[in-house]
Design a protein. Structure first.
Length: 331
């Protein structure tokens, strides 16, 4: 009852905030910080686009985008008050953070498909062909997609080796596959002249959303109008970015000087080709949409894989659709 009551209040506040966004005339720009999960890249493009084209200002916000990185605990920084919301790599990740005692709420999901993939040499045509091969995965995969792959395809822990975010071990050994991000590692591997096939989890039923807007429960409650404005402007930013990425790309390269035009172009093309932000439910319900059914699928997977204890975290606490269900920023 307490959970239902709290969420009812959160939802009501969110609905009021969303209804006010369209007519809001702020006297001063309200400061709002969003922290990404990695160095600036095309996968963050819609947020940078909303800065570059003045969309956040249009909705009364002065937004700062801070980059994450391999040694940055963005949730810890948010909990310490250094960001209003963060970019979850997946809704699964944020649910696990909530179980760990951080009251995080997912309020939007840009990517309807998780961009996580396995990359294999060209003799591998499907996931089933990876039995018996070495698979390079990061330690974080053990609390994400790896239990799902084991359950679905019968893979075993002994065939894994650590992935060091370096493609050379894969390039050197045809009996090896590695994890990757749809828009990143396949590009680097192709540039190295290696023929490879990319196997995408979400095409086989992996339930996770990705590139979330995840905020502290207190922020959702106390600053619901700002959160609503941020979500709306961000989704408009994503629509704009996929139409013309140039404004955001200039800011991305400023934040991340190692990013190349070629990589950005490849990533944007893949995002569009695969309908990462615009496919699935987003095609009819709008960019950023989350549904109760998908949220439940993610939660149920974590419970079934014993990655969370359902007595410690309830599904209803982990997300709210109030900020996105009526936005309908259609592709």
């Amino acid at each position: 009852m307490k959970t239902a009551s709290r969420l009812s209040k959160l939802g009501a506040a969110a609905l009021l905030a969303v209804s006010a966004v369209g007519t809001m005339q702020a006297h001063a720009q309200e400061k709002f910080t969003y922290m990404t999960n990695w160095y600036a890249q095309a996968e963050h493009g819609g947020f940078y686009q909303a800065v570059a084209t003045g969309l956040y200002k249009k909705y009364g916000l002065d937004v700062t985008i801070k980059m994450g990185g391999p040694q940055v605990n963005i949730v810890q920084m948010m909990a310490a008050g250094q960001a209003e919301c963060v970019m979850g790599s997946s809704d699964l990740q944020m649910i696990q953070m909530r179980e760990g005692g951080v009251p995080v709420v997912n309020v939007a999901a840009v990517f309807q498909k998780d961009p996580q993939v396995l990359i294999a040499h060209d003799d591998v045509k499907k996931f089933e062909d990876l039995k018996g091969k070495t698979i390079l995965i990061a330690s974080s995969a053990q609390r994400g997609y790896w239990p799902w792959l084991k359950a679905k395809y019968g893979f075993i822990d002994s065939q894994t080796r650590p992935y060091t975010f370096n493609i050379q071990p894969f390039v050197a050994d045809k009996n090896t596959a590695q994890q990757g991000y749809l828009t990143s590692e396949p590009f680097a591997i192709a540039k190295a002249g290696v023929k490879a096939n990319t196997l995408m989890f979400s095409d086989q039923g992996y339930p996770a959303y990705a590139t979330t807007i995840s905020c502290m429960e207190k922020t959702v409650k106390d600053r619901s109008a700002a959160v609503a404005s941020f979500v709306k402007a961000s989704m408009e930013g994503w629509k704009s970015y996929l139409a013309d990425p140039a404004p955001a790309n200039a800011l991305i390269k400023k934040d991340n000087p190692n990013m190349t035009d070629e990589q950005l172009a490849y990533s944007v093309a893949k995002l569009k080709e695969m309908g990462m932000a615009t496919g699935g439910d987003a095609a009819t319900m709008g960019i950023g949409i989350m549904t109760d059914a998908r949220a439940k699928a993610s939660y149920d997977f974590l419970v079934d894989a014993k990655l969370i204890d359902p007595s410690k975290v309830k599904l209803a606490d982990t997300y709210t659709t109030s900020f996105v269900k009526d936005l309908k920023v259609l592709p």
